[in-house]
Each structure stands twice: as structure tokens, then as C-alpha cells.
Design a protein around this ligand. Structure first.
Ligand code: AMP
Length: 282
């Protein structure tokens, strides 16, 4: 496995693979790998000849006062873990490689970026769309792999690819969880012992939502109220939003039908955690 820092070199290496007729898979990440990242890499490894993992803590997607400086980083460990899965390249550029000064060009996906995490993190999805568009140009992959854990991010990337005619297939992979249900996240490292226990309430509230829907509940308000009730039983958990939206537009729904996303964000200690489930309601 090779670690490449220069965008020009990365593009020419991928160009050589493409010229040989090889299929290229890209897994964009911010590093500090866990089993969620590894599942994306494995999927990419199975379906492509050449696998590139990008590892870049993208300043453009962090707001003022967010955890850009504290975001966990461990390149040596990440390189070992990716090597173990058979990744071919880690693309690990510096901030100055990705954002030459003065940096003036951004990708803005409208509408679906306004609610859910977009409401509390203005500019976040502009940063995400911009860096992913740049990665798609630097690493012209046939397929790119994203986790459903970040469901709104998935919709933003899918819409950007559709609207701006990117020639890449977006592959969406299921959320990988700890044994007790907590969604894997690099930010789980921020949790103290009690907070870690309390954080299991996020997935428990999503399971409750699923149970209610399976039991015939069709009111979004009733589902979110029950979820909030469960979360309020955990004093260490401060919910930011608990919402049911349609999968296409990510707009709040009142009646549950078709493909819906039940999504939430909460602060637990200094960690901001998100989780969701996707349901197909008959
Ligand atoms: P990150 O490094 O947190 O930006 O995540 C990089 C990619 O891994 C994104 O596509 C995430 O959605 C995905 N990912 C993060 N956590 C998980 C998880 N628990 N299960 C599946 N995919 C995940």
C-alpha cells in the first residue's frame, strides 16, 4: 500500500489503473478508522481492482467552535488497518494541497442541506460537497462508498452527482454498530464511561421507532414523541433534533409512508452524535 499526498501524483496513478481497464473504488474518510470505515473498504475491495481511501480531516466542513482541532488522528494506525484490508492507496493530502490560497470555489447543494444536521451546522454540507467534488476530480473512481450512518451526507452526494453529472456510482453501505447498538464513530472516543452507556439510548430510541411503525403507528409526531420520551430518561443525553423525513427530499413528514428516514442528533458530553434508520413503510 502507498500513501500519496500530492493531488497531481494521485490523479496520474489512478489514470494508469484506468488506462489498464481496471475498476477503481474510492472510500472518502476523515481517518481514525473503526469497523464502519473498514466495512466500506471491504465492499470497495470486493467490487474493484484498485481501491483508494482518502484520509483528510476537511476544515471546510467544520464550523467555528466545532472539533476540527481535537478531531482524533492516528495515521500510523490507519495505515496498518487499511493495509490489512488490502487497500492500494491512501490519499492523505495536506490542507494547503486541497485549499490553495486564496480558496474561492465551493459546491452548494440546496434544499436537502437545510434541515436535520444542516440546520445546526450551517456551511457543513457545503464543505462536504466541495471536498467530495474535489476528491472525485483527483480520484476519478468508478464507484465511491459512503456509510448510511451519515444519511443526509449520502443524499447530498447523490444529488450532487446527479445534478452535476459526475460519472461515478455511489454505493451506500449499512451502519456498523457496537454490540450494544451504538453506531461506530470516530467521535465516540470523546465519551466518558457514563456517557458511553447513556449514548446507547440513541439507537434504543430508533429501535422503539421501528417497533411502533411495525406495530402500525403512522403518525410521525407520535413516533418522535416516544423517542424523545426515551431520550429524556437519560440526563446525560441532550437531543438536538429527532425527526422523521422522506428519503428523497429530507422534508419532515406527518404521515409515515414510503421510504422514510428516522434521524436524530444529540450531544452526549462534548460529543455530538448522530444516528438514523431507514424504513420502508407499506
Ligand atoms: P468519516 O471518517 O466519519 O467522515 O466517515 C467516512 C465514511 O465512513 C462516511 O461515508 C461515513 O458515513 C462512513 N461511516 C462512518 N461511521 C460509519 C458506521 N458506523 N457504519 C458505516 N459507515 C460509517
Amino acid at each position: 500500500m502507498r500513501v500519496v499526498t500530492s493531488p497531481q501524483e494521485m490523479r496520474s496513478l489512478v489514470g494508469e489503473h484506468r488506462a489498464r481497464g481496471e475498476a477503481v473504488g474510492l472510500v472518502p474518510t476523515m481517518g481514525f478508522f473503526h469497523a464502519g470505515h473498514i466495512s466500506l473498504m471491504r465492499a470497495a475491495r470486493e467490487e474493484n481492482d484498485c481501491v483508494v481511501v482518502s484520509l483528510f480531516v476537511n476544515p471546510a466542513q467544520f464550523g467555528p467552535g466545532e472539533d476540527l482541532r481535537d478531531y482524533p488522528r492516528d495515521l500510523a494506525r490507519d495505515v496498518k488497518m487499511a493495509g490489512g484490508v488490502g487497500v492500494d492507496y491512501i490519499f492523505h493530502p495536506g490542507v494547503e494541497d486541497m485549499y490553495p490560497r486564496p480558496y474561492l470555489s465551493y459546491v452548494e447543494v440546496e434544499g436537502i442541506t437545510e434541515g436535520l444536521c444542516g440546520a445546526a451546522r450551517p456551511g457543513h454540507f457545503r464543505g462536504v460537497a466541495t471536498v467530495v467534488a474535489k476528491l472525485f476530480h483527483i480520484i476519478p473512481a468508478h464507484r465511491a462508498y459512503f456509510g448510511l450512518k451519515d444519511a443526509q451526507q449520502v443524499r447530498v452526494i447523490q444529488k450532487m452527482v446527479e445534478d452535476l453529472n459526475f460519472d461515478v456510482e455511489i454505493v451506500v453501505c449499512p451502519t456498523v454498530r457496537e454490540e450494544d447498538g451504538l453506531a461506530m464513530s470516530s467521535r465516540n472516543i470523546y465519551l466518558g464511561e457514563e456517557e458511553r452507556k447513556a449514548a446507547t439510548s440513541l439507537y434504543r430510541s430508533l429501535q422503539l421507532a421501528e417497533q411502533l411503525v411495525r406495530g402500525g403507528e403512522r403518525s410521525a409526531g407520535a413516533v418522535t414523541a416516544a423517542m424523545r420520551g426515551l431520550l429524556e430518561g437519560e440526563p446525560l443525553v441532550r437531543p438536538e433534533y429527532v425527526e422523521v423525513v422522506d428519503w428523497q427530499e429530507l422534508r419532515p413528514v406527518e404521515r409515515l409512508e414510503g421510504r422514510i428516514l428516522v434521524a436524530l442528533a444529540a450531544r452526549v458530553g462534548r460529543a455530538r452524535l448522530i444516528d438514523n434508520i431507514l424504513l420502508d413503510v407499506p
